[in-house]
Design a protein around this ligand. Structure first.
Ligand SMILES: [Zn+2]
Length: 280
């Protein structure tokens, strides 16, 4: 078994999706006290997704497009901004969960910004988690953000970048005073890309997550322009968006002729705090 010790240690921070029990590592699996066991994949992640919670997740085309685009570093200003918020607001040796981590590109940035932190990632796409697990020093599991394989009140921060924001579940896993960080696109995000494809492009709706009982403590806007100079990069960016699947072939073909494009990247980062409830 070549899976690194520190990765095993991270994987043992997840809990059994069947009974919520703590895991101990055996040679090729994690086993809870009740005896439920889950294989550790060669790549060093564990699949904790229960069949009844399985969803479609992102498919291979989207995962590959997103990996290529993110690895090119175009979204670094966003990743750096999130990392700075985490570093400012949280203990640097805390437990950080990327809920909907995809291929782990954001988590990798958090790991580099917070070298003493314990970084975990959960995503419903096995394809994506298999790539995330190639990034060292973190623990990744296939699982649902609506039913995280994480113990109650055990993490300092939950980060949700373009993923479903499940306030009740995030509240459950956050320590009192822990932070949830949501990243959502602003109305003009990727507008030039849409304008290159559609005759009548629409701005994105301004959608803030339903934060439940979490209390908003700050928000930050991150805006920059990406000067894309290669058709492949433009195509990757388009394929990682939800529009890709809703677009007619004739419209998609328009992009094949576009070689350069200045595209707005515009995000809102909202930070919430888990407020301790008075149970008396
Ligand atoms: Zn169990």
């Amino acid at each position: 078994m070549s899976v690194n010790e520190s990765v095993i240690e991270r994987l043992c921070m997840f809990v059994c999706p069947v009974c919520g029990g703590k895991f101990t590592a055996e040679s090729h699996c994690l086993r809870c006290q009740t005896g439920h066991s889950f294989d550790i994949a060669k790549r060093g992640y564990v699949n904790l997704l229960m069949k009844q919670h399985a969803g479609s997740g992102d498919d291979a085309i989207m995962v590959r497009a997103r990996r290529e685009f993110l690895n090119s570093g175009r979204y670094l200003p966003l990743r750096n901004a999130i990392s700075a918020i985490l570093a400012e607001n949280l203990p640097n040796d805390g437990v950080f969960l990327d809920a909907g981590c995809g291929e782990g590109w954001y988590a990798e940035g958090f790991r580099d910004a917070l070298p003493n932190a314990k970084i975990l990632g959960v995503d419903i796409s096995k394809e994506a988690v298999d790539h995330a697990a190639r990034r060292p020093g973190m623990g990744f599991a296939v699982g649902s953000v609506f039913r995280l394989p994480i113990a109650d009140h055990s993490v300092d921060a939950v980060v949700s970048v373009f993923s479903p924001f499940c306030a009740s579940e995030f509240e459950r896993v956050l320590k009192p005073g822990g932070k949830a960080v949501a990243v959502v696109p602003l109305p003009r995000h990727l507008f030039a890309l849409k304008a290159a494809v559609y005759e009548h492009p629409y701005e994105n709706d301004d959608v803030r997550p339903d934060a439940g009982n979490l209390k908003q403590i700050s928000e930050k806007t991150v805006k920059f322009v990406m000067k894309l100079q290669k058709n492949e990069e433009i195509a990757s960016l388009f394929a990682m968006t939800p529009y890709y699947y809703k677009t007619a072939d004739s419209d998609r073909e328009k992009l094949q002729k576009v070689e350069t494009l200045d595209v707005e990247a515009e995000f809102l980062i909202i930070t919430y705090e888990s407020v301790v409830k008075n149970n008396f």
